[in-house]
Design a binder for this molecule. Structure first.
Ligand code: BDR
Ligand code: CA
Length: 306
């Protein structure tokens, strides 16, 4: 089993990625750390606890960054994509699970310290928590086995601006700090995630399964699909951004990668852009191709517990 710290800004596709990871025997999720991004950090933490409660799993959740490294709080959250609550307006009650004491950055550092060269961090929100951990303890963080990131758009346009993908744009300075840190990174960006599609028809199957957790995931994903209907008419479903990062952690043969030196634009209208140049010396592997059919099949076999 691969020990994982899962950094999330939960978020509908984060919730799908959580279910996929928690139903995958190859991964041992040691804890979730939360960040602002799709919603404010308080909501990301509450949503993460809500999803865990629905999936009947008790795993530690540590709240993390509520603002960017250098630019203060995020000004606007994408409610048209993830809903007012971040879960497609499905969150009805306050979860009875509680967040753990302590903060995300210390949890990451402590775990890496106790298991040097073993821990993979999957990060599917802004990279603020990881950047803060590197700033606080660069030596310990050099013992991270790998950071698998859903973020960036190297050879394709962005999804928030023509240049920038949402997670990188939410904290470009954090991304730049991480990419220049020398940590081994796999970048699962829009180059590959936009080639994946969860078809609408699957939601009917989830609802018909009679399982409460499947109905919860179907209801929130329905909201996400409506956003995709306007932004990607004709797709017939939604992209599986965050789940693909989990897929790569389980089986890296879902993707092909190219080693690149990646720089993040931090000023001007191209802010948040990830510029990649092939470089065999680089520790960053950028995903350039995906076997989308095999990955989506694998995700569907796992996301709803049989
Ligand atoms: C990423 O941005 C967020 O909206 C999603 O949860 C995903 O992590 C896609 O660009
Ligand atoms: Ca996310």
């Amino acid at each position: 089993m691969k020990p994982i710290i899962f950094d999330v800004d939960t978020g509908i596709d984060d919730a799908l990625a959580m279910a996929y990871a928690l139903h995958s025997p190859e991964l041992e999720v040691l804890g979730f750390t939360t960040c602002f991004g799709n919603v404010a950090v308080e909501d990301a933490t509450r949503n993460t606890l809500t999803v865990l409660e629905k999936l009947d799993r008790h795993i530690p959740v540590f709240s993390g960054a509520n603002q960017t490294l250098n630019r203060g709080e995020k000004k606007k959250y994408p409610k048209h994509v993830h809903g007012e609550d971040g879960l497609g307006n499905t969150r009805k009650e306050v979860p009875s699970l509680q967040a753990s004491q302590g903060n995300a950055v210390d949890f990451i550092i402590d775990q890496v310290k106790s298991r040097p060269h073993e821990i993979t961090v999957i990060a599917v929100g802004p990279l603020t928590n990881i950047a803060l951990a590197i700033k606080k303890d660069p030596k310990i963080m050099s013992f991270v086995k790998e950071v698998i990131i859903m973020g960036g758009a190297v050879r394709v346009p962005g999804n928030v601006t023509p240049f920038a993908e949402a997670n990188i744009l939410s904290d470009p300075d954090a991304a730049e700090l991480l990419f220049s840190s020398g940590l081994p990174v796999t970048l699962v960006g829009l180059d590959v995630t936009l080639q994946t599609c969860l078809p609408k028809s699957k939601l009917g199957e989830w609802r018909a399964s009679g399982k409460e957790s499947a109905q919860f995931l179907a209801e929130m994903t329905d909201y996400y699909m409506k956003a995709y209907d306007s932004s990607h008419p004709g797709l017939g479903g939604c992209a599986l951004h965050d789940p693909l990062a989990v897929g790569v952690a389980i089986d890296s043969s879902f993707v092909s990668t190219v080693q690149m030196n990646v720089k993040v634009v931090t000023e001007g209208e191209e802010t948040g852009r990830t510029i990649g140049q092939p470089d065999r010396e680089s520790n960053i592997r950028v995903c350039t191709q995906v076997d989308a059919e095999r990955f989506v099949k694998h995700f569907l076999e796992r996301v709803i517990r049989s």
